[in-house]
Write a protein that binds this ligand. Sequence first.
Ligand SMILES: NC(=O)c1ccc[n+]([C@@H]2O[C@H](COP(=O)([O-])OP(=O)(O)OC[C@H]3O[C@@H](n4cnc5c(N)ncnc54)[C@H](O)[C@@H]3O)[C@@H](O)[C@H]2O)c1
Ligand SMILES: O=C(O)C[C@H](O)C(=O)O
Ligand SMILES: [Mg+2]
Length: 473
Amino acid sequence: MTIATTMIIRLDIEKSVASFGDVASGIAVAGGDIVAIDVIRAGREITTRDITVNVLDAGNEDIIRVLSDMPGIKVVNVSDRTFLAHLGGKIEVIPKMPIKNREDLSQVYTPGVARVSMAIAEDNSKAYTLTMKRNTVAVVTDGTAVLGLGDIGPEAAMPVMEGKAMLFKQLAGIDAFPLCLDTKDPDEIIRIVKAVSPGFGGINLEDISSPRCFDIERKLAEELDIPVFHDDQHGTAVVALAGLLNALTVVGKTLKTAKIVVAGIGAAGVSICNLLLAAGAGHVCAVDKEGILCKGVPYTNEEWRKLAFSTNPEGIQGLLGEAVKGADVFIGVAGGGILNVEHVQSMAQDSIVFAMANPIPEIQPELAEPHVRVLATGRSDYPNQINNVLCFPGLFRGALDCRARTVNLEMKLAAAHAIAAVVQPDEINELYIIPSIFNEKVVEHVRGAVIEAAIRTGSARRIPPDFTGWQEK
Ligand SMILES: NC(=O)c1ccc[n+]([C@@H]2O[C@H](COP(=O)([O-])OP(=O)(O)OC[C@H]3O[C@@H](n4cnc5c(N)ncnc54)[C@H](O)[C@@H]3O)[C@@H](O)[C@H]2O)c1
Ligand SMILES: O=C(O)C[C@H](O)C(=O)O
Ligand SMILES: [Mg+2]
């Protein structure tokens, strides 16, 4: 499957030799779609134009080759809009007030700041009122499982973490800092995160490979008194459960009786299985590369050992092909292209397929669509985007606002139900099982549900002044 992108191509067109019509047909033949034309210079002999072209394949060189081979056309420059958006990074730190004079200086910095520091030294909890802590989250990665791209390292992980920080700010007003660590040692990651934690109200662990991620999160959650949340595990699970609740309504099946296959039992898969079980799923089958998890197999991965007992009640053995036969639901968090058309055809009537691997889903949507009733991916360019961005902004907004100590199971279940409930019963259909990330109700719903659950379960340390209770609307 290809990744669509937009290129901006600057051309010198020699008027006596070539016309814009030649350029347009050359681009169309090479598979490009012209979306804008800007005249940069209109000379007597040569016009310079910027042609903005949508291409299906990010690595498409055909258009440039075709244009370069045309007489009277010179390709001056090619830029890619996606790369341009990343020049110099995507986020920055902006002071809340300017320092205009000496008086301002002595307030925000020395000597005035010293009194504030001393107040916090006497009572550390004042960090919540006198520093940015209460609204700030660290987005921590070691770059070992970045999207579905694998272990690409901390530098390469940075654009993804910057993107996450943008989403935190735009959707929930939270200041998030990317911290890309140059270590893969779980103990060192734990030590570093603990050491930087005083400045943060919460820790979002991101794209840390499994099974290391489980221990890292558990130990940090035990040792810190701020919420620690591995987004690839729980954010994904919350959104998958939300989508599944509505998808099951569409097809008239229930969580208790539906046969659900989860493929890819890594960070996301383990948490999805556990959350589905906690929500009442009766038939979960967990499949990784070596096959379906079965009782009695001596897995070295502790999470797999536990799951082998709580899943696969029928004791099915074999690979993915066996697991999906007759299944009502497939949830993929494994990697691109692992599900084929035969697999989908072998599923039960009115099947549900969530192909959630990024950036390339487990099956190309066009291939799956004719054979399934409800289809969702992790991508924004198809209907039903099941992406953890529907969860983490509202969940952290709620957790920060009530100063939750942890993110517990009840808070995650509440978040899932809140996301599902944004889609009203009379709106739910095959192409609308999950709200858009631009739906403003999402963050508000998730925040309210998370605060309510945190108060109910004793995780909250305060009731936000504006909180008057929350009910699914
Ligand atoms: N849509 C979303 O919101 C969302 C959220 C998190 C992760 N993801 C995607 O899910 C995928 C996994 O992410 P992760 O963080 O859990 O990674 P991970 O590395 O922790 O887990 C991936 C698991 O898939 C297994 N796997 C690989 N090939 C397989 C195959 N052919 N059959 C069965 N299992 C196979 C691996 O052995 C591993 O256990 C990535 O592509 C990621 O982009 C999507
Ligand atoms: O980052 C995303 O868009 C989703 C998820 O966190 C992933 O790792 O794929
Ligand atoms: Mg991720």
